[in-house]
Design a protein around this ligand. Structure first.
Ligand code: GLA
Length: 756
């Protein structure tokens, strides 16, 4: 089957097709196989195809591997018909992107297999505003005998090689989505997951960029998948200098039987393209996620500043402790109180309780409903944590229904975080979760849910699924549950979590407008994590919290200002013990939240760009910026990792503003604490004081110094060229105009248009 791959900005039927098509005016070598006996130049292996089967001379990785009803793997799907429709084409069981009829248009191209009565429909929807195209396929078996799908990806696309580099976002627990780039070399590169979820190992999204593309220029192609299970993306450079890209469900341990009259629908792939480098590409993805992926009720809606009980309490709390934390958080301006793990019977550590939903009466003697009411009475919303897909062997549910856990008879089950996975292929398990979670939500009138999933899947087997169908049926089960709980309660803000970003994908985002980005709350690492994810997902989707320092995950000390300066480029939250903050820190947090609320729209929905400080010798600095939709307000974060000595002047370069307009640039005021300077304070004082003595400790509690504040008025053209900031501290002569960043220091600048 051959359709010419055309630029995604072109119409399908365009006068340019002939010019854009890949030519075949010679034979591609002596070993090639010609698709047509009459035409020796017709060699599939050397052509750009829109879909390709097996056994007809294309030796690249095929998007499909199907044992057809004729018992063979050779497949040749050829064009039969097509249909153009306004709007998108809804899916039966999987979530998909959505847009109004006048915002998107679809084309369905039906192909028929030449030897068997089997059809394959390629479904495309073009989202004009976001400059994205979604693709998926539907395979239908009309033969009497069944067929077996061993692989069926959602898309495949071929292009001539343009010196492409491939970018993936990889990591593991607490170090998700670190960006990696490599030149595409002959052969195949696979970006996949086999853990049962989209995984923290390799995010499903990946990019291809032409040689010399950077953040602001050059052609970049982006691919992602609306799916939360095992994914498989690949890029292959073949011997004819053609690049094939594909993405879809991972064929790993996958085998799906399709009986007569049945069809199989793949998840939706998303493709986008920009000539304006990586930032241009992420703008497309951001617009697509904000407008076409997250649930309608949450599109463009402010995300609340939340307080989460996990890092400050873990499992050790009672109602009194929580209420005092809630009171403090309310005083500082937080809007939502989230009760994390540990609230239910038997859950005093991570060995027991998952699967049971009765309230721990020792912690909440008057019940959870009463507790939630108290929180609301303080003027805060109430939110609650669940881990509904899991079960502990030490739980009432497991004692009553051991068969609810995923396990294979005759094989000892392996544990992850002391827990087993519930079998979502079993309809009784799904009903149990929908009922139990629903009851708690109704009792507490929660307006927020954190939905966690804390382990990878093992012993993947179910009495309710064929072996090769388990992974996909698990995800279909999950989507069924999420739909039943949350589509009927659309006012609830769902934050998906899987030990942080182990399931940060477009499938979950169709239900959950935000995701707990990472269990790592150290801002130094968050720069890489949020920065990596920002290529694919907007700030409105990233939960980002200020936590205690030294950080739980790294033991690193970072300034309170930097913890905030990184978190505010996402959905801001606080996850630290507010009771032990000094009065000076409490007042700083109050100021931080007030600033965030003033600029919330820009932080959550503004146009985001990553701007590395290219001149930096040590590569220790970076800038993030986000601009309001009308471009009148820009917020820029200047971040430094390890401090150097005597570096060149720092530049703040903000491209894309109106050249002739005048802007006011101001540093957001932030505090410096005396404690930070340790013994160095002796240089400022007439007497030498013990840095850990009573006087300086008391002074640190109540006083702070204002960090250097800069003010400029300048044209957009000057900002595009880069304005020079005050010098950083270099070991001598501190004054009010010295920027004191040190290790992991940072500042925020507001850039406001004051005249045209
Ligand atoms: C996971 C989450 C954390 C927290 C704990 C609770 O690790 O990522 O944020 O909710 O579970 O057990």
């Amino acid at each position: 089957m051959v359709i010419l791959s055309i630029s995604i900005t072109e119409q399908l039927v365009s006068p340019d097709v002939e010019a854009l098509s890949h030519k075949r005016t010679t034979q591609a070598g002596s070993t090639v196989v010609a698709y047509d006996r009459e035409d020796p130049f017709y060699c599939l292996d050397a052509m750009c195809l829109e879909w390709s089967g097996n056994g007809k001379g294309d030796y690249r990785y095929s998007p499909e591997e199907i044992k057809l009803p004729n018992n063979g793997f050779v497949s040749d799907f050829v064009y039969e018909s097509h249909e153009i429709k306004a709007g998108f084409v809804p899916m039966k069981e999987l979530p998909c992107a959505q847009g109004k009829e006048d915002e998107c248009q679809s084309v369905l191209i039906t192909l028929r297999e030449k030897a068997c009565n089997v059809t394959l429909t390629l479904v495309y929807t073009v989202y004009k505003k976001a400059n994205c195209i979604t693709r998926r396929v539907i395979l239908e078996n009309n033969e009497d005998s069944p067929l077996i799908i061993r692989r069926l990806l959602s898309m495949s696309m071929d292009m001539p090689n343009m010196g492409f580099s491939l970018t993936t976002f990889d990591g593991d627990w607490a170090r998700e989505a670190h960006r990696h780039d490599r030149l595409l070399q002959p052969g195949i590169f696979i970006n996949d997951s086999r853990t049962g979820s989209s995984s923290n190992k390799h995010n499903p999204g990946f990019l291809l960029s032409e040689k010399n593309a950077d953040n602001s220029k050059g052609r970049v192609y982006g691919f992602n998948l609306v799916y939360s299970g095992n994914h498989f993306g690949f890029a292959e450079l073949n011997s004819h200098e053609l690049v094939r890209v594909g993405i879809g469900i991972n064929p790993h341990c996958f085998e799906w039987t399709l009986k007569k009259g049945d069809n199989f629908e793949t998840p939706e792939a998303v493709m986008t393209f920009s000539e304006d480098g990586f930032n241009g590409l992420s703008k497309n993805f951001h617009s697509f996620v904000n407008d076409n992926i997250v649930p309608k009720d949450w599109q463009g809606k402010d995300r609340p500043v939340l307080y989460n009980s996990w890092e400050p309490c873990f499992f050790k709390f009672n109602q009194g402790k929580l209420l005092s934390l809630a009171r403090l958080s309310k005083k500082m301006g937080m809007e939502l109180f989230v009760l994390d793990d540990g609230w239910f019977e038997g859950r005093n550590d991570d060995n027991a309780g998952l699967g049971d939903y009765s309230t721990n009466r020792k912690k909440f003697p008057f019940g959870l409903g009463r507790f939630a009411k108290k929180i609301r009475k303080m003027g805060m919303e109430f939110g609650i944590w669940f881990e509904p897909e899991m079960i502990n062997e030490n739980s009432n549910l497991f004692r009553a229904h051991p068969e609810y856990a995923v396990s294979q008879p005759g094989i000892e089950s392996t544990l992850g975080r002391n827990q087993l996975v519930l079998d979502l292929c079993n309809p009784l398990v799904r009903d149990y979760i929908v009922d139990s979670v629903g009851k708690v939500l109704d009792e507490t009138k929660a307006s927020y849910v954190k939905w966690d999933m804390n382990r990878h899947i093992s012993e993947f087997w179910s009495a309710h699924s064929r072996a090769g169908e388990f992974f996909h049926r698990y995800i279909l089960g999950l989507y069924d549950i999420l739909g039943r709980i949350f589509k009927t309660r659309p006012h609830i803000l769902l934050e998906s979590c899987s030990s942080g970003g182990n399931r940060f994908d477009l499938g979950m985002l169709c239900f959950s407008p935000q995701v707990w980005t990472s269990d790592c709350t150290d801002p130094a690492l968050r720069l890489d994590i949020q920065g990596g994810l920002s290529h694919l997902y907007p700030q409105s989707t990233m939960g980002a919290h200020v936590s205690d320092s030294p950080h739980q995950q790294t033991l690193r000390n970072t300034p309170l200002s930097t913890r905030y300066n990184v978190s505010c480029f996402g959905c801001l939250g606080y996850e630290l013990d507010l009771r032990f903050l000094t009065p000076a820190e409490k007042s700083e947090i109050k100021d931080q939240i007030a600033f965030y609320k003033t600029h919330r729209k820009t932080f959550q929905y503004g146009t985001f760009e990553r701007l590395p400080v290219v001149s930096s010798r040590l590569e220790n600095k970076s800038v993030w910026r986000c601009s309001s939709k009308d471009n009148k307000e820009t917020i820029a974060g200047f971040f430094q990792t390890q401090a150097g000595v005597g570096e060149e002047a720092d530049t703040l370069r903000i491209p894309g503003l109106e050249s002739a307009a005048t802007y006011r640039v101001t540093t957001r005021p932030q505090k410096l604490y005396i404690r930070r300077f340790g013994g160095l304070v002796k240089h400022l004082l007439p007497v030498t004081l013990n840095p850990d003595g009573f006087i300086l400790r008391t002074a640190n509690r109540f006083y702070s110094l204002l960090d250097c504040v800069e003010n400029y008025e300048c044209k957009g053209s000057a900002l595009a060229a880069g304005i020079l900031l005050n010098n950083q501290f270099t070991g001598r002569h501190y004054n009010n105009n010295t920027r004191l960043l040190g290790d992991y220091g940072s500042s925020i600048y507001t850039i406001t248009k004051i005249s045209s």
